[in-house]
Design a protein around this ligand. Structure first.
Ligand code: B12
Length: 317
């Protein structure tokens, strides 16, 4: 798969098409105007990219939209973009953005944080990179500052609130227009206030066309279960991010898993700071998977769910 991906993106025209598709689904005529290529050329390149599974086509009314087919393609393109096209988001320059963002966030300067985000959006940095390599590390710095006594709890809250807003901006610009008719329910189990990480997964799913229902922080057990009944999601993602709340999370996972005889397609995933240490416990309670972070979720957990659920060729031309 990897060598095929790199063979395809070795061609500059196809790379331009793929770069445009990283911004969201496009019709042939949109690709023609974005790349400056002739329409038959665009169609030929698209046929080739579809043949090797990099791109998929979806018909919406009378229009056909082309989109990147798989999070692994997105990841491979990110690697290629770092290596081949631009040094804009190599680890060294991203570190500068992390620093600028974290400093602005602890000062409580939302506009400065948004300016950092906007620069990265303008450089076509993808959502997974923005979250995993910029906002996540910046929040970890905020945490370090708190532990070292350099900032107080109010500043930690302020930085978190700003980051929620910055993420809303990112997801707005990184969401593909096409819905895939799949629904996910997400929430933090009782006692857990750490919403940002789970929100990153929620935004990633939204950017991939999922409908999401995000319940937020500290969701009471019964309320979570009722939401599951109401929405009948395909996946439920539970975040366990605070020590001492593992038991509440485990009992939620057990209660959700008990529904599988009636809802055989339901999949339950658990993550968050405490989920890795307590992973065997959650898996024993019926969780289908745990994942360390957004990258693992996007590259491993979600594609494996997609393989299980989506009938081959469904929703494709
Ligand atoms: C911001 C923050 C807060 C904010 C949260 C605001 C919000 N809206 O989220 C506030 C101020 C409320 C807060 C409160 C507390 N916090 Co706090 N907080 C942090 C901080 C600084 C950043 C967390 C963060 O957003 N990280 C960025 C995200 C991207 O990372 P993440 O949460 O780990 O999420 C990733 C993965 O875990 C995973 N993931 C998460 N959920 C899920 C779910 C699924 C299904 C999957 C597959 C994956 C997944 O994917 C995410 C993306 O990659 C960390 C420090 C740090 N180094 O992380 C401390 C930290 C998490 N907090 C900590 C603590 C102790 C607390 C408090 C008890 C005391 C305090 N004030 O610090 C309270 C109460 C916590 C509670 N009851 O939940 C500890 C946790 C230790 C532990 N293991 O329990 C940390 C590590 C700080 C520390 N070094 O001591 N906190």
């Amino acid at each position: 798969m990897k060598s095929q991906v790199f063979a395809e993106i070795a061609d500059a025209s196809r790379r331009n098409i793929l770069a445009e598709l990283r911004r969201g689904p496009r019709t042939v005529s949109e690709l023609v105007s974005a790349t400056g290529l002739k329409q038959p050329n665009v169609s030929n390149h698209l046929a080739r990219l579809r043949d090797c599974g990099l791109v998929e086509a979806t018909k919406r009314g009378r229009l056909v939209f082309y989109a990147l087919n798989d999070p692994r393609v997105e990841a491979a393109l990110g690697i290629a973009a770092n290596g081949l096209c631009t040094r804009a988001h190599d680890p060294i320059s991203l570190a500068t953005y992390v620093e600028r963002y974290a400093e602005a966030a602890v000062r409580g300067e939302e506009a400065a944080c948004v300016a950092v985000v906007d620069e990265l959006l303008a450089l076509h940095v993808d959502l997974v990179t923005l979250y995993s390599d910029v906002l996540g590390p910046a929040m970890a710095r905020v945490g370090d500052g708190y532990v070292l006594g350099e900032i107080d709890e109010g500043q930690e809250h302020l930085a978190s609130a700003i980051t929620e807003r910055a993420m809303a901006r990112i997801v707005h610009f990184r969401t593909k227009g096409v819905m895939n008719e799949r629904l996910a329910l997400l929430g933090c189990s009782a006692g857990n206030l750490h919403t940002l990480g789970l929100r990153m997964l929620s935004d990633y799913l939204a950017s991939e066309g999922w409908e999401v229902r995000f319940l937020g922080a500290n969701v009471p057990h019964q309320a979570f279960l009722e939401a599951e009944l109401r929405y009948e999601p395909e996946i439920v993602l539970v975040s366990c991010g605070a020590r001492g709340t593992e038991e509440a999370c485990e009992s939620l996972v057990r209660a959700l898993s008990d529904r599988k005889p009636l809802r055989p397609d339901l999949r339950v995933g658990v993550g968050g700071r405490c989920a890795l240490e307590a992973a065997p416990r959650f898996l024993e309670a019926g969780a289908d998977f745990t994942a360390r972070d957004l990258r693992e979720f996007a590259a491993v957990s979600l594609p494996s769910l997609a393989e299980r659920r989506r009938p081959p060729g469904a929703n494709r031309l």
